[in-house]
Write a protein that binds this ligand. Structure first.
Ligand SMILES: *[C@@H]1O[C@H](CO)[C@@H](O)[C@H](O)[C@H]1NC(C)=O
Ligand SMILES: *[C@@H]1O[C@H](CO)[C@@H](O)[C@H](O)[C@H]1NC(C)=O
Length: 323
């Protein structure tokens, strides 16, 4: 049964959206640096410390935040300070990750910088130039987690380590496909590029020696500083979908003639420094299988991820871990 990837993406995003009732409200707690509830000054500046009571933030379907006074939360230019201003249109692109962390543009990292006033800290996306004492923080929400990957096809199936510490396989063929260029067959590639139009198919050859073992499809995204020969750039929401195809790809595969999706694996929200278990299944020993990875669509802020797939010494990309 052929399911075009566009239908797949729509089906998955529809189910992810139902997880989040709009608007959904939460409190935020800073962790990792100065810790404690995120409160506000009377003018709407968000503060860690300084005795401000916890504020409530509500998130809209497009990822805009408003505070309990209905003020739109913005990142002021040029410093990227996170504050909520009367009459301001909320900056889109926020979300609450599966682990409850507030994410902006795919990143769960914010920066807290001391205000010099009663031990308080302002919150930024990037440390302002010339500002000392800034530390990285995460902001944990107590509600509204969304876009959690749906459980793998066989929830009772054990999964193998989400790293390359044991038996593992790399894809023997990576085929880029482009929805805006549906008849073009790009042939083999060492790079992955996932954006609103660009997806990629990965063929894995499962050796006969994997008979009777479990295979776990994993996506690895270390932080950039750990990478030596590989590299990546990531922007947007970070949300991707994966599916197993009815047939593997060939070098003649294009968006227009790609095999149908046989099994969908749900949505993952990629963040540097994390590895993802996409699915676990009995290893199809002696066979070749194709898996497709694409942006979760529609999206207010689709992912744009490019990487060079390599595994020396830290891997980035799609792999099979077997156990
Ligand atoms: C790989 O993952 C396993 C299971 O999560 C963990 O115990 C092990 O320490 C990891 N190995 C490396 C090298 O990260
Ligand atoms: C990507 O696809 C959209 C339609 O989905 C189209 O409007 C846009 O021009 C395409 N972008 C590129 C770079 O081809």
């Amino acid at each position: 049964m052929k399911t075009p990837l566009t239908a797949l993406s729509f089906a998955l995003s529809a189910s992810a959206l139902t997880l989040r009732q709009s608007p959904c409200c939460f409190h935020l707690t800073a962790t990792g640096g100065p810790s404690g509830p995120l409160g506000q000054l009377s003018d709407g500046q968000n503060r860690i410390g300084q005795g401000s009571p916890p504020s409530t933030y509500c998130i809209s379907a497009d990822g805009g935040l408003t505070d309990h006074s209905g003020r739109g939360c913005i990142l002021t230019g040029p410093t990227t300070q996170f504050q909520c201003d009367t009459g301001a249109g909320a900056t889109p692109g926020f979300s609450v990750g599966c682990d409850g962390m507030l994410v902006y543009n795919g990143m769960a990292k914010f920066v807290a910088c001391p205000t010099g006033d009663q031990g308080g800290f302002n919150v930024y996306v990037r440390a302002p130039q010339g500002q000392g004492g800034c530390v990285d923080v995460m902001l944990a929400a107590d509600s509204c987690k969304a876009g959690c990957p749906s459980p793998a096809a066989a929830p009772t199936q054990k999964s193998c380590p989400p790293n390359l510490s044991g038996i593992w396989e790399f894809p023997h063929l990576i085929i880029p496909i482009d929805a805006s260029n549906p008849t073009k067959a790009y042939g083999t590639s060492y790079n992955g590029h996932i954006s609103s139009n660009k997806s990629a198919i990965f063929n894995f050859d499962f050796p006969p020696s994997l008979a009777g073992k479990t295979c776990t499809l994993i996506f690895l995204l270390p932080t950039q500083d750990k990478l030596v020969t590989s590299s990546f750039t990531l922007s947007g929401s970070g949300e991707v979908v994966f599916a197993r195809l009815e047939k593997p790809a060939t070098e003649a595969t294009s968006w227009g003639n790609m095999p149908g999706a046989e099994e969908e694996f749900g949505v993952a929200r990629l963040r540097p420094g994390e590895s993802y278990v996409v699915a676990s299944f009995a290893c199809p020993a002696g066979e070749r299988e194709g898996f497709v990875m694409g942006a979760k669509l529609p999206s207010a802020d689709p992912i744009n991820l490019e990487w060079f797939q390599d595994w020396n010494p830290e891997a980035v990309g799609l792999y099979i871990s077997a156990c």
